[in-house]
Design a protein around this ligand. Structure first.
Ligand code: SF4
Length: 118
């Protein structure tokens, strides 16, 4: 089976949507955009073996990229402060309901030289 088939993307979409809502997050209501990001996550899964963030440059080293494996460690503060994660895959209820517009989100991940790998 093609991992990136529409059916697989729809299944992952439903699973993420359900899980997000159980944990206080929402998927971006723009389904086309959200499914595009999901497709990118599945491509990264194939490429690196893990869900590297589709909006950042992954190193290919799981330990180095641990902070940007989706959902990344920056999701919580970004959704809290800006209403969306860096990629805008996950959004707040206000944005999901169209009560607030998503705004550009500055990169919260420190530059490589300032990162500590555990
Ligand atoms: S920014 Fe969003 S899509 Fe990217 S890893 Fe974080 S939670 Fe996932």
């Amino acid at each position: 089976m093609d991992d990136n088939s529409e059916k697989t993307i729809d299944q992952v979409y439903e699973r993420l949507k359900k899980h997000a809502e159980l944990t206080g997050y929402y998927l971006n209501p723009d389904d086309k955009f959200t499914k595009y990001l999901i497709r990118s996550l599945l491509i990264n899964q194939k490429r690196y073996g893990y869900w590297a963030c589709p909006c950042r440059l992954a190193s290919g080293n799981r330990k180095e990229d641990a902070d940007i494996i989706c959902p990344c460690v920056y999701r919580e503060p970004d959704v809290e402060e800006f209403g969306a994660c860096y990629c805008a895959l996950y959004v707040s209820k206000e944005i999901k309901d169209g009560k607030k517009q998503a705004e550009p989100i500055p990169e919260r991940r420190p530059p490589k030289r300032k990162r500590t790998v555990k």
